[in-house]
Design a protein. Sequence first.
Length: 306
Amino acid sequence: MSSPYAPTDELEPTRATTTAVRWIIALNVAVYFLQLSVVGDATMERWLGFTVGSLPSGWWRAFTYMFVHVGLLHLAGNMYMLWLFGPRVERQWSAGGFTRYYLWCGLGGWLAHVLFFRGVALVGASGAVYGVLVAYAMRWPNDELYFFGAVPVKVKWLLAAYLAWDIVAGFIPGSSGIAHLAHIGGAAAGWLYLRTPSGQQIDRLRHRIAPIPDVPDETPRAIPRSSPRPRDQRGSEVDEIVAKSKAIAAARRPPAPPPPSKPTAATRKGEELNLVLDKISEHGLDSLTSDERQLLEEMSRKLRDR
């Protein structure tokens, strides 16, 4: 799932909002609405935002911080990026898998903030959204977007530019109130998640795929031989009978073996997947080709959907 290859959903609308993306956006907008109308910015940040002082009693703020934003532009920018890149990634996995990945990347941003940027409160979905961008860029790196509506730029270069800026700005003391290192933490968590497949998941996938039954070849039966008959005084008649018997025996042929059953699509998929899993065991995930990675991700998604 971690490297780009020809996807199976190329004909689907890539910007159609999916279930998990729709709920995440709705939750962020709802929190911001309450923040503006009822609670207030400072109170909402105190309730749901994360500060180092909130540990250990407020451990749950490591999750809730990513649903609080400090302004409309902050909210709009993050939700636009999530809408732009999230649906296509979710469509490849599932709503549950995408949600878990999103929260994992948010935790990566939280951890980077705790380690390197303790001074201010942490709010915003940027770390989780950066993880979604990483997943998209690793899956479709050569997709082009139009920067400012006019300049085409590939997704991989857009991600590289964002990360370069965050690395530079994150280590400049007092450069801004933006948690740049939380962005890097979310991206790093996403990269680690995508580059570290679960061994248990691979084994489970291997056992769920039925092996292809072997069709044994039928052993050809030997041609029976006629036993020799003693000659009697009627030698010519006996020779004629023996010749006819030999001719009948020679005419017999072993029945042709039944044609092998035509493998179904599922059987072929199982055989191909077994070869891919053996290749991973011997040479690692990086040895897979694009088609092999596609097959592995497709079968993983089917098992998750079950």
